[in-house]
Design a protein around this ligand. Structure first.
Ligand code: NDP
Length: 284
């Protein structure tokens, strides 16, 4: 029987620490501020944005949500980003992705001031992660590292296997595990004999985007399994990339979906915004 890593509880603890730091900053006249921009009416994105605003309010941050119509032009969006870059009440700017097809994610993200890029998607921040000299970490992989740390998992010297190599999860996750002195292998759709590789893992991170993809025969006895996947079943239920029923009995620690990595992502966004506010105020 595996121990379940309770992402909700860990997230609650970290948010309480952030709220306490925010209260202390307020006494110095500093209020961390996050601006979230959403273009169009994608229902999933609208839910994410609402959750981010609520999370900001709960820890005492100032938050601004900009809901722009689907037909917003690149020039209009860039003008808003530029205005927020220069707004001293805003320490974090997040553009909710995906953007409508006529807008290029890359061009928009490149215009966010790297010092306010709390998603850590700007090339400057991506580069800093590579060399291990970072202010912001991408939220989901950073959340995974906190879950490991708070669960007493020492990554140093461990065989770590990341399944998935996206720019927002797989690649930065591999880099963070490497910085923590893990021996890291990254797998993807062209990996041969995937199960042979995943069975070597002391720590397995699944970021594939396919429901129940990692099955019991693909994991080592006693491994730590982190499920980043968020997939919707036909009945609307959220499910991960790991087949919990066959994997859980074999491993020592596992994150559930929901209630594992998911809650940590917004928590790390709050932490990045707090870090940015402290840097801007010169108290970091
Ligand atoms: P992407 O679709 O961008 O990447 C998926 C990766 O999985 C790719 O690198 C792909 O390989 C790899 N892959 C696909 N099929 C296979 C296969 N058969 N064998 C091995 N590897 C395979 O997804 P994301 O990284 O953006 O997201 C991954 C999952 O995490 C999704 O379910 C997403 O919803 C979830 N997610 C959850 C978050 C959270 O807060 N919990 C936040 C962000 C994402 P290749 O590169 O070769 O195509």
């Amino acid at each position: 029987m595996a121990k379940i890593i309770d992402g909700k509880q860990i997230s609650k603890e970290v948010r309480a620490e952030i709220a306490a730091e925010c209260a202390a900053l307020k006494e110095k006249g500093i209020v961390p501020g996050l601006a979230v921009i959403i273009v169009g009416t994608d229902p999933a994105s609208q839910v994410y944005v609402r959750n981010k605003k609520k999370a900001c309010e709960e820890v005492g941050f100032h938050s601004e949500v900009y809901e722009l119509p689907e037909e917003t032009t690149e020039a209009e969006l860039l003008a808003l980003v530029e205005r927020l870059n220069g707004d001293s009440a805003i320490h974090g700017i997040l553009v909710q992705l995906p953007l409508p097809k006529h807008l290029d994610d890359k061009i928009i993200i490149d215009h966010i001031d790297p010092e306010k890029d709390v998603d850590a998607f700007h090339p400057v921040n991506v580069g800093k992660i590579m060399i291990g000299d970072y202010d912001f970490l991408p939220c989901t992989p950073a959340g995974v590292m906190v879950l490991l740390e708070k669960s007493g998992v020492d990554v140093s010297g461990k065989e770590c296997v990341v399944v998935g190599r996206s720019n927002i999860v797989g690649k930065p996750q591999a880099m963070l595990l490497l910085h923590a002195n893990g021996t890291v292998t990254v797998c993807h759709s062209r990996t041969k004999n995937l199960a042979e590789v995943t069975r070597r893992a002391d720590i397995l991170v699944a970021a594939v985007g396919k429901a129940d993809f990692i099955t019991g025969d693909m994991v080592k006895e006693g491994a730590v399994v982190i499920d980043v996947g968020m997939n919707r079943r036909a009945d609307g239920k959220l499910t991960g990339d790991v087949d919990f029923a066959t994997v859980e009995p074999k491993v020592s620690l596992i994150t559930p979906v929901p209630g594992g990595v998911g809650p940590m992502t917004i928590t790390m966004l709050l932490r990045n915004t707090l870090t940015s506010a402290k840097r801007h105020a010169g108290v970091l």
